[in-house]
Design a protein around this ligand. Structure first.
Ligand code: 9YT
Length: 135
């Protein structure tokens, strides 16, 4: 059994800052369980284009308000606490944070913690061996 607390992750290499978000990674590929689990805050007033070409992601909003655009269909969904979206078809999407948006994210295959969004918002497919060391 593994128990981790947010305060233990803060300031470590599991606490990653990007221009529009900060993500605390509770579970990563190196944990060897087939998914990763992230607590991500998208900063108020930001717009983030993403496309997880290599991953399936489920996202559950626990704080804040925003919108999610499906760039394939043009559909726009309201995001608020209690809303979950599942990117089950590698959907290109845009997340607009009207306030700080706090999201619990699950990725399969798991993120290693070393991924960086490329210009299309894609994460490369990395393996635990290429990525971080288990802790
Ligand atoms: C909601 C979302 O996908 N944000 C991007 C960050 C990602 N969850 C991560 O790398 O932790």
């Amino acid at each position: 059994m593994i128990v981790r607390r947010l305060e233990d992750i803060r300031g470590t290499d599991r606490d990653v800052e990007a221009p529009t978000w900060r993500s605390r990674r509770f579970v990563l590929a190196a944990d060897g369980v087939g998914f990763s689990l992230h607590d991500t805050v998208l900063h108020a007033g930001t717009v983030t284009e993403m496309w997880y070409r290599n991953h399936i992601e489920a996202v559950y909003c626990i704080e804040g308000e925003g919108t999610l655009e499906d760039r394939g269909t043009g559909e726009v969904h309201r995001i608020e606490p209690g809303t979950m979206y599942l990117l089950d078809d590698h959907d290109k999407h845009t997340l607009t944070a009207l306030t700080d948006l706090r999201m619990v994210c699950v990725f399969n295959p798991p993120c290693t913690g070393q991924e960086v969004h490329d210009e299309e918002g894609v994460y490369p497919l990395l393996t635990a061996e290429a990525g971080e060391v288990a802790s």
